[in-house]
Design a protein around this ligand. Structure first.
Ligand SMILES: N[C@@H](CCC(=O)N[C@@H](CS)C(=O)NCC(=O)O)C(=O)O
Length: 210
């Protein structure tokens, strides 16, 4: 059995954050498929035995079971000594961006992609609301990246690994990514790191026909 086991499903960009970190760090890990599309995360068994919060990713390591991608990324940075920042100021800066990511940068975009690109249905007013929130969050990051290669400066960190989680998927979102050239260049820089792989190359897909 591998050292790390990651409960995940390929379509989850939140799970991809953890999978990408494990791969970039060269960890010995394996995915454990969670059948999200058949409702596994909403089942009593999953909630009582795997994650009471009813979500992937979940990382199992040496008797520990960790949830929330931000916690998992922080744990892996501490274990491996990689991507965790060099001092307390950098670690606070990482936390600041990961909180922004979980609240705004990932969450609205992931929900929009789910409605438009995966479920392929959604109330037009809800989609319009989400589009507005995504464009707002993307604009902030686009501006931040105008001055630097990665979120903290010259070197990649778990803030980047968290924030890039949904940016390699091809499913439709209605967002014109050409309007965000700094985000595009940043995502290519991350894809050039040794160990980078596309989400569907790291985790089993769950969508019927996927
Ligand atoms: N803030 C959480 C978000 C995790 C999350 O939203 N996971 C979704 C998949 S992307 C999930 O498992 N949802 C299960 C459900 O809603 O039943 C994290 O970063 O880990």
């Amino acid at each position: 059995m591998s050292e790390y086991r990651l409960y995940c499903v390929g379509e989850s960009g939140n799970a991809y954050k953890a999978a990408l970190m494990l791969n970039l760090c060269g960890c010995d890990w394996q995915p454990v498929f969670v059948d999200y599309f058949k409702g596994e995360t909403r089942g009593d068994g999953f909630r009582s035995e795997v994650n009471e919060q009813g979500e992937v990713p979940v990382l199992q390591h040496q008797g520990l079971r960790l949830t929330q991608s931000g916690v998992i990324l922080t744990y892996l940075a501490e274990r491996t000594g990689k991507f965790g920042g060099n001092d307390a100021d950098e670690r606070r800066e990482i936390l600041r961006w990961m909180l922004f990511d979980n609240h705004k940068f990932t969450s609205y975009y992931a929900t929009l992609r789910f409605l438009v690109g995966i479920q392929k249905s959604g109330d037009p007013a809800v989609i319009e609301f989400l589009r507005g929130r995504v464009l707002g969050a993307f604009g902030i990051v686009e501006q931040h990246l105008a001055q630097r290669a990665f979120m903290l400066g010259d070197a990649p960190s778990i803030a980047d690994i968290s924030m890039v989680g949904y940016h390699y998927y091809e499913e439709a979102t209605t967002i014109d990514l050409q309007a965000f050239p700094n985000i595009d260049a940043w995502k290519r820089r991350i894809a050039a790191l040794p160990g980078w792989k596309h989400p569907y190359a790291l985790m089993p897909r769950g969508m019927p026909g996927g």
